[in-house]
Design a protein around this ligand. Structure first.
Ligand code: NAP
Length: 299
């Protein structure tokens, strides 16, 4: 059993920052990540509002943060936390590779893409259906694609696909976008076609996706597409935290106070898994606060 003072679960911007602040405070800390550093921020085609960096690709920002924080903290990538149990004087963290004992935990487990839950969605996953334009967009360049959603992610996805030469239709269930105003103008200028008040009901094809069935206020039609990018928001990865009794809100986001403390002693949470404003700059700030709160509680 490896002994640590603090374990951070998840190495998105929040987790990486928490790890750096914890080690610099003097806590013997480790960050564990089931995939690669960066979390969903890796998928952002362009980040234009991280102060000090005019425009940066999400993966580039994540790799800059990783390069910086690993001067201080060890990050174990491709190691999945399977279980956390409360024990005397702390917690036992079991991964697919190791067992750890730690005095404190910061949960930075982020969110996962929400699915439409319609016929054909899983069948055509990787065969036309995608949740990540920066990962898969290249395969659809100059082709016909649709994007579902009306938030920042959907609009940014539509713009990115347009920049790859795609014919893009944005399908949104209401008559107004949720995305930043700044992006509305860009969408118009880029020539993205918008289907308002429309819901995707079914995906059709044979070996690959060929079309989507759209319901616009009760009238159905079929739009031929090569790809469908789903960007309808995210759900929190809060199951591990719930397993040790951490309180969640009605949408299953972890509830914290301003110091990023949860209701369980020496368990903190930061970043997207806590809901609220989901921006890289906020995740980093919350990670820093969580680590410093842990330090205050442990010394
Ligand atoms: P979001 O803001 O929650 O928007 C989700 C969109 O999908 C909404 O327009 C919603 O419609 C729609 N939607 C939800 N469920 C749906 C369903 N079942 N069927 C069809 N449409 C559905 O999510 P997001 O765009 O992923 O953004 C998440 C957070 O990250 C936000 O806080 C956002 O500001 C942030 N973000 C920021 C940037 C940036 O560049 N600053 C980029 C990406 C994300 P309604 O509008 O009708 O609810």
């Amino acid at each position: 059993m490896i002994e640590k003072e603090l374990i951070v679960v998840g190495a998105g911007p929040a987790g990486m920052t928490a790890g750096m602040y914890a080690v610099r405070s003097g806590l013997d800390s480790l960050v564990i990540e089931k995939g690669i550093c960066g979390g969903l921020s890796n998928e952002a085609p362009e980040i234009e509002n991280y102060p000090g960096l005019d425009r940066v690709n999400g993966m580039e920002l994540a790799s800059k943060i990783k390069e910086h924080v690993t001067k201080y903290v060890e990050i174990r990538e491709l190691e999945r936390v399977d279980r956390i149990e409360a024990k005397a004087e702390g917690f036992e963290v079991t991964t697919d590779k190791e067992s750890y004992h730690t005095k404190a935990i910061v949960m930075c487990t982020g969110t996962r893409h929400r699915r439409l839950g319609i016929k054909g969605e899983l069948e055509f996953l990787g065969k036309g259906v995608s949740y990540c334009a920066t990962c898969d967009g290249f395969f659809f360049r100059n082709r016909n694609v649709a994007v579902v959603g009306g938030g920042d992610s959907a609009v940014r996805t539509a713009l990115y696909l347009r920049s790859l030469g795609c014919q893009v239709t944005l399908i949104h269930r209401r008559d107004a976008l949720r995305a930043e105003r700044y992006l509305h103008k860009k969408l118009d200028e880029a020539g993205v076609n918008i289907r308002w008040n429309s819901v995707v009901k079914e995906l059709k094809g044979d070996k690959v996706l060929k079309s989507v069935v759209i319901d616009t206020r009760g009238i159905e039609d079929e739009l031929p597409v090569n790809g469908l990018f789903v960007a309808i928001g995210e759900d929190p990865n809060s199951e591990l935290a719930a397993g040790i009794g951490v309180n969640l809100d009605e949408k299953k986001y972890i509830i914290t106070d301003k110091s990023q403390r949860t209701n369980i002693k020496r368990v903190y949470a930061a970043g997207d898994v806590t809901g609220g404003v989901r921006q890289v700059v906020v995740a980093c700030a919350e990670g820093a606060v969580a680590a410093l709160s842990a330090y205050d509680d442990l010394i």
